[in-house]
Design a protein around this ligand. Structure first.
Ligand code: KG4
Ligand code: ZN
Length: 358
């Protein structure tokens, strides 16, 4: 069966056609980066308006690229939360209208469940598969969570950020360095090009091995202090050196805690997903350090790490196969908790300072 996936939780308008076996027939992502760049971050009202304008052309584009029409679609999956409420509403209302008109089931997908489904997507370049149980490190602009996936739909959060998400830390770090938006790719680019002497390393948050939570706000403050101490004469080379040390600190914390989480519960399989998983240093360092610890690592290709609708379609395909249909009662849910969560040992709620979730 072909599933139409729709994702509009933040600043990407995305649609995809995916088979229930995980085969990606098409995946179209229209980024709003250029609209938000002059303002240094995602502006919710601008995002909602852009989604409204783009959603139908993007869906048309996905159907066209898959070589099918709306009648060929067996069900519709849409991100229902967490995320920006106005942005989510555009996707949810479009999905419900299409589902009602076509008499097809519509299901709402949790954005993080979507990210965690990305390793199972398949196309000409990737043959995704993962065996339960596994540990998932979900690292995006709004979330940094280490999750034990015990069986399909049964999760236990092992750790999460106590302040900023990893992507948020990179975005804010780039802003402090005056390197623009989105910060993750900007820091990655500057760090990769730098070949000078290393800057003094940044402190790592939550160093205690017994804690699987993350913290990135101290890192951000340390960067701010160093930039302030250098003053307005800071040059490109210093910015690049600081980018490298900053990226190393974020990556080291993520890798250390992910390996510790796998060892703690004795699960030798790790999935890394979410936008920050597109980062090359994270991909390489995770693969080599986890490999040495006997942990098999699966990281989807970058195009399925950053926000896309293929991951939403696949997560929704499983719900549709179970007979779920929410066409009449689906609502956008900006603070949606992770479904199937068993329990959590300790720790506060995730940061919501960057935006309302996702
Ligand atoms: O999953 P995602 O596309 O959207 C959210 O659900 O938040 O993640 C976006 C985040 C942003 O913070 C962005 O800076 C970061 O992922 N990101 C990266 C890279 N590409 C995107 N961070 C580091 N390196 C990258 N190549
Ligand atoms: Zn995301």
């Amino acid at each position: 069966m072909l599933i139409l996936g729709i994702e509009t939780s933040c600043d990407e308008t995305a649609a995809a056609v995916v088979g229930s076996d995980g085969w990606v027939h098409s995946s179209v992502v229209s980024s709003q980066v250029e609209l938000h760049r002059p303002l240094g971050g995602v502006v919710p009202e601008i995002a909602s308006r852009a989604h409204t304008r783009l959603i139908l052309p993007v869906i048309r584009g996905a159907l066209g690229a898959a070589g099918c029409g709306l009648d060929d679609v067996g069900g519709i999956a849409v991100t229902r939360g967490p995320g920006l409420v106005g942005a989510l509403l555009v996707g949810v209302q479009t999905a419900k209208s299409l589902g009602y008109g076509l008499r097809r089931p519509v299901v709402g997908v949790h954005h993080l469940v979507g990210h965690m489904s990305a390793p199972l997507l398949r196309d000409a370049g990737v043959a995704g598969s993962i065996e339960h149980p596994y540990v998932a490190l979900v690292v995006s602009g709004g979330h940094t969570s280490l999750i034990s996936v015990e069986a399909e739909g049964t999760t236990r959060t092992l750790g999460r950020t106590r302040d900023d998400a990893a992507g948020e830390a990179l975005d804010k770090g780039a802003k402090i360095l005056g390197m623009g938006y989105p910060g993750g790719p900007a820091i990655e680019k500057a760090a990769a090009a730098y070949d000078g002497p290393p800057a003094e390393p940044f402190p790592r948050g939550m160093r205690r091995r017994s804690i699987l939570d993350f913290s990135f706000s101290g890192l951000k403050t340390a960067l701010m202090e160093r930039v302030r101490a250098i003053g307005p004469s800071i040059d490109e080379r210093t910015r690049a050196a600081l980018s490298l040390a900053y990226e190393e600190a974020v990556v080291d914390s993520l890798v250390t805690k992910a390996i510790e989480g796998c060892s703690r519960i004795g699960v030798p399989r790790l999935v890394v997903c979410g936008g920050v998983a597109a980062n090359l240093r994270l991909r390489e360092e995770m693969s080599s350090r986890a490999g040495r610890a006997g942990i098999a690592v699966l990281i989807p290709p970058p195009r399925y790490c950053t926000d896309n609708a293929a991951m939403i379609a696949l997560a929704g395909a499983r719900m549709i196969a179970l007979g779920v249909d929410e066409v009449f009662d689906l609502a956008a849910s900006p603070y949606l908790p992770l479904p199937g969560e068993l329990s959590r040992a300790s720790g506060p709620a995730p940061s919501r300072s960057r935006r309302t979730g996702a």
